[in-house]
Design a binder for this molecule. Sequence first.
Ligand code: GLA
Length: 380
Amino acid sequence: MSDDAFEAAYGRPAELAWHAPGRVNIIGEHTDYNDGFALPAALPLGVTAQVAARDDGVVQASSVQDDDAVTVPIEDLAPGSVQGWAGYVVGVIWAFREAGHHMPGLDIVVDGSVPIGSGLSSSAALECAVAGAVDDLFGLGSTPADLITVARRAENDYVGVPTGALDQSASVLCREAEALFIDFRSMDTRRVPLDLDGAGLRLLVIDTQARHQLADGEYAKRRAECARAAELLGVPMLRDIDDDELAGALERLTDPVLRRRARHIVTENARTLQTVQVLEGQGDPRAIGTLLLASHISLRDDFEVSCRELDLAVSTAMDTGAHGARMTGGGFGGSAIALVDDTDTDAVTDAVQGAFAEAQLTAPVIFAMQPARGAHRCDA
Ligand code: GLA
């Protein structure tokens, strides 16, 4: 991003800028709030936040993508007091203040390339870019874990969307050419090689254009169902049920909905561990394809968070030779991923576009990605 947007908005240059990416989740869906496992990778798309300090206790925020700018005294910030995209920005300032940091005031311009509502974590990219920039601007000395916490508080407590730690952890911690294994109980992470180029593979991201809204209650409902299933099984979290204890646990759950939810979480954790094993074993990454497809089927049938567009993207990609495909992110719309040989990229892309056209659905946006770098300072 050039200085121009900042200069145009505030009549002075930015002091510094941070970039933070959106993410895809390779596998491990809806496991984060069950203390389970996930394996995200950073997108080459993200948000850049330019900042400069003020000394009058005011935060001004504007966006290259949106004309609505905000100007608010920091001491007036309270959960939900600013709505829309700017809520995620000032939510980060609020969260730093809640953590005990003095916020003297600042001007911010954000510039994002992650499509909103695509299940690719545009909000986490926004929060993490702002968190990194604010921390750097005021020399707060935050650790990566602190940045994740502040970004999550903006999302969960300021904006009020009850997500887990997946998106912000991915946006801060991911690295180029790698996926990131996360254990959400210990918050331990491990870098997992994902050299797709070297294996002649592409990861296609299929943004179905079907838009979801995590705040609409279905996400919170899944969380509550998982918590209830764990309570009935007498464990702190569904993470505490191993794959080999699953059959016995399912017999003890009489409610068929809770049984399906629990089965997804337990099997998804097992699939995530197996995926990591394959990738770390330096075997052919194509071998994770069957695990990706099994994850999609489980999300569709047991967790019931897929939709017509996601199912069509996955089935068409599989029919055209993808090694594996699945919805990624929270679901109810958003994006799917497909693991394909690089020689099949065009064929799969064309087939998915054709299937959507035939079904009279909005044309999806499809692109190939290589895992990119997590949040970092960039040129202002
Ligand atoms: C959304 C949430 C994450 C996670 C995923 C599902 O992206 O923000 O915390 O729960 O859904 O894996």
